[in-house]
Design a protein around this ligand. Structure first.
Ligand code: PXG
Length: 454
């Protein structure tokens, strides 16, 4: 390409805000490609609580993008930090070399993480964070002389990204069934969704803590000496917002402790203020041995993930000759300068705007608003915690997911509201900068759509 062929920045802006002429080459992720391309939902820009679509509509963001834009869109402090960093240091090698920012960022992250999770390994996504945590768990047992602990325990309906490790411990059938035998030696706890007993609970469901006892059954079956780690989401997001029954997480922690099994919380969606503290671990008062994160870490502005590990896990690796690499794992872009700049600026905003507390301040109003949908046609459950919500709809006789998709699509085109649908569950997770008027608007528009889709 000669320099005269290089598109100018102005041309790129024009391209980025209009419907593309051709849509064939791009194979879209987790999307019904043929359906989408007939009637694309394309976003051109965003500010605060709103997207603007390529056809010029202002669309209220009920989902913080995909659970990631916790500080709202286009925050000037975050934008400025990324721009400056791009012009200062575009990239530095991540292995046996470094640059200052990941060191500074890791210290700041350690300061907001629960004790003793004071060490941070950087990745580029939630999927990579999960695979990293699983690998650290296996290697941790090995460096301590317990290399026979290789078994990993996940949970039905769990979502841990799309790497082979993540789908192996995950429990969403469509994410697994096409992809062969995955990792061997994995078992699954039962999920905790029980609409019959807990339907329309406000906050955490009261019934179901005993489901944690299933871990004892799995331990008895395989023997504790073969089990490396249990990984669960404190709140499952992708499967349609599945909440932990009161007391459930504490019991899982106790059983793991009893048997020397590591506990990993996947906080890719619950991290960074979604439920009223930096991490759900803190809100629920249960501290795991590792926490996996991504999304809200950089406000979604630059891809980045992070795994928090306990001091005990980290220190177990810091033996042997000083010149030996302690963990044979990492990514070209671990601690990327742009991602670090975005994350540091995002942490500034969370702090200066008090966003981690927003889910506690607004939680009761959010809860009342979402439960006002009870009684609308086809609403069979409503679930909420912090600034997370789900409205479960009865499936149409023609097929699971059809009603959910129609509500999602009509919200977008007819009500200028972005929600998520997963099966027939409408999931909500707004930016934490929202106010009560935004909450009213979200639920007015969603209620109108649910009525219209009856
Ligand atoms: N763990 C959890 C708990 C997640 O929610 C991942 C891992 C994977 O992250 P990456 O960055 O590799 O995508 C996730 C991702 C939804 C939805 O609609 C949720 C996710 C992604 C896309 C959609 O609920 N979570």
């Amino acid at each position: 390409m000669s320099s005269s062929d290089t598109p100018s920045a102005h041309d790129l802006q024009a391209l980025a805000t209009a419907t593309p002429e051709r849509t064939d080459a791009f194979w879209m992720p987790f999307t019904a490609n043929r359906q989408f391309k007939k009637s694309p939902r394309l976003l051109a820009s965003a500010e605060g609580m709103y997207y603007r679509s390529v056809d010029g509509r202002e669309v209220l963001d009920g989902t913080a993008g995909l659970w990631c834009v916790n500080a709202g869109h286009g925050h000037p402090h975050i934008v400025g930090a990324i721009q400056k960093q791009a012009a200062t240091l575009d990239y530095a090698p991540a292995f046996q070399m470094g640059h200052p920012l990941p060191f500074i960022l890791a210290e700041r992250l350690a300061a907001i993480a629960p004790d003793p999770l004071k060490h941070v390994f950087f990745t580029n996504s939630g999927s990579e964070s999960v695979d990293t945590a699983l690998k650290i768990a296996l290697a941790y047992h090995r460096v301590r002389g317990e290399g026979q602990r290789t078994r990993l325990i996940g949970r039905e309906k769990g979502y841990h990204g799309v790497g082979f490790g993540g789908i192996s411990v995950g429990g969403m059938v469509n994410n697994r069934k096409f992809f062969g035998s995955m990792l061997p030696g994995v078992d699954h706890l039962p999920h905790t969704l029980d609409i019959k007993r807990n339907g329309f609970s406000r906050g955490l469901p009261a019934r179901g803590a005993e489901l944690a006892e299933d871990l004892e059954r799995i331990v008895a079956l395989h023997d504790a000496s073969t089990i490396a780690a249990v990984i669960i989401e404190p709140i499952s997001g992708s499967a349609g917002v599945v909440l932990p029954p009161e007391g459930y997480l504490k019991r899982i922690r106790e059983i793991c402790d009893k048997h020397g099994i590591l506990l990993i919380f996947d906080e890719v969606i619950t991290g960074f203020g979604r439920v009223g503290k930096a991490f759900a671990a803190q809100r629920f008062g249960v501290v795991p041995d590792m926490i996996t994160t991504a999304k809200g870490l950089t406000n979604g502005a630059v891809p980045m993930g992070a795994v928090f590990t306990s001091k005990g896990i980290h220190d177990a690796f810091m033996h042997g000759p000083e010149g030996a690499i302690e963990l044979f794992h990492g990514y070209t872009y671990s601690g990327h300068p742009l991602a670090c700049a975005a994350a540091l600026a995002t942490l500034d905003v969370y702090e200066s705007e008090g966003l981690f507390e927003k889910s506690i301040e607004l939680g009761p109003y959010w809860e009342d608003a979402i439960h006002s949908l009870k009684g609308l046609p086809n609403v069979i459950d409503v679930r909420n915690y912090g600034l997370v919500g789900a409205v479960e709809l009865a499936a149409r006789p023609e097929g699971v997911g059809q009603r959910g998709y129609e509500v999602f699509n009509r919200c977008y085109f007819e009500q200028n509201l972005m929600v998520r649908c997963t099966g027939d569950v409408i999931a909500l997770s707004p930016p934490l900068i929202l106010n009560k008027e935004h909450i009213d608007r979200i639920f007015d528009r969603l209620a109108a759509t649910i009525r219209a889709t009856a």
